[in-house]
Each structure stands twice: as structure tokens, then as C-alpha cells.
Design a protein around this ligand. Structure first.
Ligand SMILES: Nc1nc2c(ncn2[C@@H]2O[C@H](COP(=O)(O)OP(=O)(O)OP(=O)(O)O)[C@@H](O)[C@H]2O)c(=O)[nH]1
Ligand SMILES: [Mg+2]
Ligand SMILES: [Zn+2]
Length: 365
């Protein structure tokens, strides 16, 4: 065991935001969002030996986990993310078992190493936050929503800063037109009303995550829910309404009623991968129409018998939306294939290495 595998006790000040202890009826695990779904997975397991803990923060140096009387940092080698429930191996933390997830929000990792980055696990609601200002972008919202659907999480669009624009109606109309399945809430994150507007989703045992570009007000909304400054916020740039990447790492805080709230840094790049069904759900009307195209591999470009293009001509489908769907779907196919290829080549490489090791071990005659 290397020293990096040894759990480190956190300094006192790091533990100051531990779960709220106000509600005596909840157990320590329930305060962290423990649900039947996870309890069912640990029947017959010795929980003294491997107690359940939840990943509450992700740092470069590792993952902070909390459980009943446990608050530690685990080296980043553990393949878990914020929101995960883990059966904590106290001797070798990186060998802890990650419990099956209820949901998982992930994206293709930025940069060139073809991999998936896990963003948030076991969330029940994903709030996709956008502001009523020039940074509002339909295509970007659709990306978040498709990944939300793919994650198996109910997405809700939150439109902030209505107080800073003359008329928020066009923003609301555009957001509402994206999908009939996605509620849209217009709210001033700095107002007293914000907390009450989000209350329908803040249920005991449930986990919420705030996602969206930098500067849209995610941390301001977290503070609204807690009724105090628990998350750092900062003014956006005046020239282009972009944020300053104030929140640096993903972390969870717990409301006294046992609802977990996750804040995330604004994501610059949101590349689709392994999200085919999420995209299909978001564009369900187009997905359904596509089954009526003459050719199964129709690109909905200029092929004869294309049901989608016919619908565009009849004025039933917005051509710009069709363009965005085509682009997203093509990007998803490319990224998913390239990830699969890498996984395949990794496997092939491992096989070659194993074979070489075997050959080396064979006694020479
Ligand atoms: N007037 C007004 N200001 C808001 C509203 N929401 C957020 N702000 C302000 O917008 C700025 C950015 O808010 P943050 O909460 O830091 O944004 P964020 O999404 O957490 O940004 P990152 O942490 O960088 O990803 C702050 O100055 C907030 O006070 C709103 O609804 N109305
Ligand atoms: Mg923030
Ligand atoms: Zn077609």
C-alpha cells in the first residue's frame, strides 16, 4: 500500500459544512440522502467492515467521502464521482465498491484523451440554469437537456436574471418550446421567492444538481436554498455576460430536511458521447418522424422520401432545430465510436501485454 492510498483526516475547517444536524428523525445516512434503492444493495453485507459513505466533493487531490462518523479524503483513483454511494474499504479506500447508480450525468472529457468524465451521480433532479441575457443559447441548453435525459434524471430549466432584462418573455418562450417534458421556471436567484419556487423539487432523500455555464447563478441559487452564503459567487464580465468560473469543484451540501444539493463549476465544453437515447428523448418528435423516412439510414438531407424534410416543407418542423438535432446526433455517433475504438484498442493492447508476460514466464528449454 502506498501512502497515497492511506485515508487522510481532513483539517477541522474542512468539516465545518458537514450535514445539517437539525432534524433528529433522520439517521446520519438519511441526512446524506441514503435511500431504499441503496439499502437493497447491501443486504447481507457486513456494514461494520465496509460502511456506506457518500462522495460529497471532487478535488484534484481526491474525493471527499462522508458517512456515519466518517469524513475523509480518498485518492482520485477510485472510479466514483460526487453523489456516488460507496462501500468504504477502510484499509484500501481506492478498492471501495461503488454501489449501482440511480442516475449518472456524464460527458466526453474535454481535450484529446478519449474518455468519459463522470459529473454527478444519483441525482433526482437536474436544474439546467441559464440567464435571460445575451449568453442564452438554445443549442447549449439542448446539450445539457439531452445529457440530463440520458442520465435518467428529470431536467428542469431555470431561467435567472429576469430582473436585469426588459422583457424575459422571449427567453421563456424559447425555453418552453424545447420539450413538452421539461418544465421552465423563471426566477430571480437573488430574491426571497427563489427558495419557494424550487421547493417542489427539494424533497427529503432526494438529490438536486445545478448545471449550466459559468455566471448563470448556480451558486446564488444554492445560497437561496440554504438561506445563507454557503457557496462563493462573483459578478459576471460586463462585456459578454460570461462568468468567471468562480465555483472550482463539484460539491454537495445538505438541507436540514435531508435533501442533497450539488453545485458544479460552469462547463465550457459539453461534448456528447454515449447519449443516443438522451438525444432521442429530447427530440422525440423528430425521432418518431425519422422512422417514416424511406431509407433507414436517411440523413434527412436531400434524400427522396424523407419524412422529416416533408414536415419541414409543410412548416411543421423548424429547420434550425432539425439542423441542431442532426449536428448533435452526428457528434454523438462520432464520439461514441471513437471512445469504443479506444476501449477496443486498450483491450487489444492488454491482451498483447498479457501474452508477452506469459511467454516471458515460460521456462526456457
Ligand atoms: N440580478 C440578478 N443577479 C443574479 C441572478 N442570479 C445570479 N446573479 C448574479 O450573477 C453573478 C454570478 O452568479 P454565480 O451564482 O456566481 O454564478 P455561477 O453559475 O455559480 O457561476 P460559476 O461558479 O462561475 O459557474 C453573481 O454576481 C450573482 O449575484 C439573478 O437572478 N438576478
Ligand atoms: Mg458557482
Ligand atoms: Zn429523412
Amino acid at each position: 500500500m502506498t501512502t497515497r492510498d492511506t485515508p487522510q483526516e481532513l483539517p477541522n475547517d474542512a468539516a465545518q459544512d458537514s450535514p445539517a444536524l437539525g432534524d433528529a428523525e433522520l439517521t446520519a445516512l438519511e441526512k446524506l440522502g441514503w435511500q431504499e434503492f441503496f439499502a437493497d444493495q447491501v443486504v447481507g453485507i457486513d456494514l461494520e467492515k465496509t460502511p456506506p459513505v457518500r462522495v460529497v466533493e471532487a478535488h484534484r487531490s481526491g474525493l471527499r467521502v462522508q458517512g456515519d462518523g466518517i469524513d475523509q479524503l480518498v485518492p482520485p483513483k477510485l472510479a466514483a464521482t460526487v453523489g456516488d454511494w460507496v462501500l468504504f474499504n477502510q484499509v484500501l479506500p481506492t478498492s471501495s465498491r461503488v454501489l449501482e447508480r440511480k442516475s449518472l450525468f456524464k460527458r466526453r472529457a474535454p481535450g484529446h484523451d478519449r474518455s468519459i468524465q463522470l459529473i454527478a451521480a444519483n441525482t433526482d433532479t437536474s436544474f439546467i440554469v441559464s440567464s435571460c441575457n445575451p449568453d442564452f443559447n438554445l443549442a447549449r441548453l439542448e446539450r445539457y437537456l439531452a445529457l440530463g435525459f440520458e442520465a435518467g434524471v428529470t431536467p428542469v430549466i431555470l431561467l435567472t436574471k429576469p430582473d436585469l432584462c426588459e422583457d424575459p418573455t422571449p427567453y421563456v418562450e424559447q425555453a418552453e418550446a424545447i420539450s413538452a417534458r421539461v418544465p421552465v421556471v423563471l426566477l430571480n436567484a437573488k430574491s426571497d421567492a427563489a427558495k419557494a419556487q424550487l421547493a417542489p423539487w427539494c424533497k427529503p432523500g432526494e438529490t438536486l444538481v445545478f448545471l449550466g455555464s459559468s455566471g448563470v447563478g448556480k451558486s446564488t441559487l444554492v445560497n437561496a436554498l440554504f438561506g445563507k452564503e454557503t457557496a462563493e459567487t462573483a459578478e459576471i464580465r460586463e462585456d459578454d455576460a460570461r462568468g468567471r468560473h468562480t465555483t472550482r469543484h463539484r460539491h454537495m451540501r445538505f438541507l436540514p430536511n435531508g435533501c442533497a444539493v450539488m453545485d458544479t463549476p460552469g462547463m465550457r465544453e459539453l461534448q456528447m458521447a454515449e447519449a443516443e437515447s438522451g438525444i432521442a428523448d429530447l427530440f422525440e418528435d423528430l425521432t418518431a418522424l425519422a422512422t417514416q423516412c424511406k431509407f433507414r439510414n436517411c440523413k434527412h438531407d436531400s434524400e427522396p422520401g424523407c419524412a422529416i424534410n416533408a414536415a419541414v416543407k409543410r412548416g411543421e418542423v423548424n429547420p434550425l432545430r432539425l439542423e441542431r438535432w442532426n449536428k448533435l446526433a452526428a457528434e454523438e455517433r462520432f464520439n461514441t465510436a471513437s471512445l469504443a475504438e479506444r476501449k477496443g484498442s486498450d483491450k487489444a493492447l492488454q491482451k498483447t501485454i498479457r501474452a508477452a508476460v506469459k511467454r516471458k514466464k515460460k521456462p526456457r528449454r
